[in-house]
Design a protein around this ligand. Structure first.
Ligand code: IPM
Ligand code: MG
Length: 407
C-alpha cells in the first residue's frame, strides 16, 4: 500500500496506523461497534443533517462524493435528510425534532454539516441550535469523539506556525463527548447569599465514563504511535484528580503504551510550541472542545478538520469541526474538505468500508496536489475556487485520478 501511494505521489492522510486499520478490538466487554474490518452489507441508510449556515453547501458536496465513490466501490446509499439546529427551530420550534433523532438512530450513520447562526444567538438555552446538537450526541450516546489534526504537506504554508514546527504534525485528539461540564448537574442560573445573580455548571465524571473513554484512547494509541497524553487540570479540579486516578489505573492493562499526563494550560502551550510531541491525546469534553480548535489551526485551517463520534452501539455521528460560518454562508466560499473527510471517516469507522474511505481521502490529496484551494487555505500560486467547484474537482479525483489498483 505504501509503495503504491508513493508512486502516486500522494501522502496518506495519516501515516499512523489508526487511519489504515480501523478495527478497534476491546479486551473487556466494552467493545466499540465502529469498525467491522469487513463491511457486513453494501447498502446503507445515511441520515444527512445539513443544519445551518454553510452546512447545506458542504453537505451537498460530501453527498455527491459519497455517491460517486459508492458507485465505484459497489456501495448503495439511501439518504434521509432531516432538520437540526436553527433550521429545525424555524420549521418546528425545537432544535432537535423527535423525528430527526428517531431517523438518525435507525440509520447506519449520521453525517452533519454545522449548526448555529446570529439569528438564534439570543434564544433561551433550550431553544438554541447548539442544544439540538448536544441532544443529538446524547441521544446517539456517542461518547468518543475523534478529532485528527493532520498537516497536509500541500498546506504546510497555510499554517500560522513556522514550517519546521507544523510539518509532519499528525495527532489525534480524543474528546469525551457526552459528559463533564456540558451535561453535569446542577447547572443553571441562581442568586447567591448576597442576592447577586449567578450562573453555574458542574464538571462531573463517573468512573465508567472515564474508563470507557480512556480505554478507547489506549486502543487508538496502540494503533497509532503508541503514545497517549491525558490532559486534565488535576492540580486544581477534583473531577480531574479523579480522571487522572482512573486513567492511571487503566494504564496497568496497557504496559505497551507510553502514557503521560499534562495540565490543560501547559497542553495548550505545548501544542503551539512543539505539536509533534503529541501522538494521541485524551481529554474531557470542554478541554477537548478547546484543544481541538487550537490543534486545527496548526493544520492551516479549521476548514480541513473532520471528526467522528462513536458509541458502544448504534450509528456514529460524523461532522466537520468547523461551525456554520454565518459570515460566508450562501456565498459559495466554504471549504468542503472537512465534511468530505468526515464522510471518509463515516465509511472507515462507521461502516468499515475501507476502500471507499481510502478513495475519498486520496481524492482530497489529489485535489490539493492539483492546486485547488478555497479562500481559507489559498496561497499564491494555487487556484482559488468556490465550494461548488472544489466539489467538482474532488469528484474528478474520485473518479479518474486514482488508479483502481492503487487502492
Ligand atoms: C464543537 C462545537 C460544539 C461543542 C458546539 C457547537 C455546541 O464547538 O463541536 O466543537 O461545543 O461541542
Ligand atoms: Mg468546538
Amino acid at each position: 500500500m505504501a509503495a503504491s501511494l508513493q508512486s502516486l505521489n500522494l501522502n496518506p492522510l495519516s501515516l499512523k496506523p489508526f487511519h489504515k486499520s480501523s478495527t478497534l478490538t476491546f479486551s473487556k466487554s466494552n467493545s466499540i461497534r465502529c469498525s467491522a474490518a469487513t463491511p457486513s452489507k453494501r447498502s446503507y441508510t445515511i441520515t444527512l443533517l445539513p443544519g445551518d449556515g454553510i452546512g447545506p453547501e458542504v453537505i451537498s458536496v460530501a453527498k455527491d462524493v459519497l455517491l460517486l465513490s459508492g458507485s465505484i466501490e459497489g456501495i448503495k446509499y439511501e439518504f434521509h435528510e432531516k432538520l437540526l439546529g436553527g433550521a429545525a427551530l424555524d420549521a418546528t420550534g425545537v432544535p432537535l425534532p423527535d423525528e430527526t433523532l428517531s431517523v438518525a438512530k435507525e440509520s447506519d450513520a449520521v453525517l452533519l454539516g454545522a449548526i448555529g447562526g446570529y439569528k438564534w444567538d439570543k434564544n433561551e438555552k433550550h431553544l438554541k441550535p447548539e442544544t439540538g446538537l448536544l441532544q443529538l450526541r446524547e441521544g446517539l450516546k456517542v461518547f468518543a469523539n475523534l478529532r485528527p489534526a493532520t498537516v497536509f504537506p500541500q498546506l504546510v504554508d497555510a499554517s500560522t506556525l513556522k514550517r519546521e514546527v507544523a510539518e509532519g504534525v499528525d495527532l489525534m485528539v480524543i474528546r469525551e463527548l457526552t459528559g463533564g461540564i456540558y451535561f453535569g448537574k446542577p447547572r443553571g442560573f441562581g442568586t447567591n447569599e448576597n442576592g447577586e445573580e449567578t450562573g453555574y455548571n458542574t464538571e462531573i465524571y463517573a468512573a465508567h465514563e472515564i474508563d470507557r473513554i480512556a480505554r478507547f484512547a489506549f486502543e487508538v494509541a496502540r494503533k497509532r504511535g503508541g503514545k497517549l497524553c491525558s490532559v486534565d487540570k488535576a492540580n486544581v479540579l477534583e473531577a480531574s484528580m479523579f480522571w487522572r486516578k482512573r486513567v492511571l489505573a487503566l494504564a496497568q492493562e496497557y504496559p505497551d503504551i507510553e502514557l503521560s499526563h499534562m495540565y490543560v494550560d501547559n497542553a495548550a502551550m505545548q501544542l503551539i510550541r512543539n505539536p509533534k510531541q503529541f501522538d494521541t491525546v485524551v481529554t474531557n469534553n470542554i478541554f477537548g472542545d478547546i484543544l481541538s480548535d487550537e490543534a486545527s489551526m496548526i493544520t492551516g485551517s479549521i476548514g480541513m478538520l473532520p471528526s467522528a463520534s462513536l458509541g458502544d452501539s448504534g450509528p456514529g455521528l460524523f461532522e466537520p469541526i468547523h461551525g456554520s460560518a454565518p459570515d460566508i454562508a450562501g456565498q459559495d466560499k466554504a471549504n468542503p474538505f472537512a465534511t468530505v473527510l468526515s464522510a471518509a471517516m463515516l465509511l472507515r469507522y462507521g461502516l468499515g468500508e475501507e476502500k471507499a474511505a481510502d478513495r475519498i481521502e486520496k481524492a482530497v490529496l489529489d485535489t490539493l496536489n492539483r492546486g485547488f484551494r478555497t479562500a481559507d487555505i489559498y496561497s499564491p500560486g494555487t487556484k482559488l475556487v468556490g465550494c461548488k467547484q472544489l466539489g467538482e474537482e474532488i469528484l474528478k479525483s474520485v473518479e479518474s485520478h486514482i488508479p483502481a489498483g492503487a487502492l
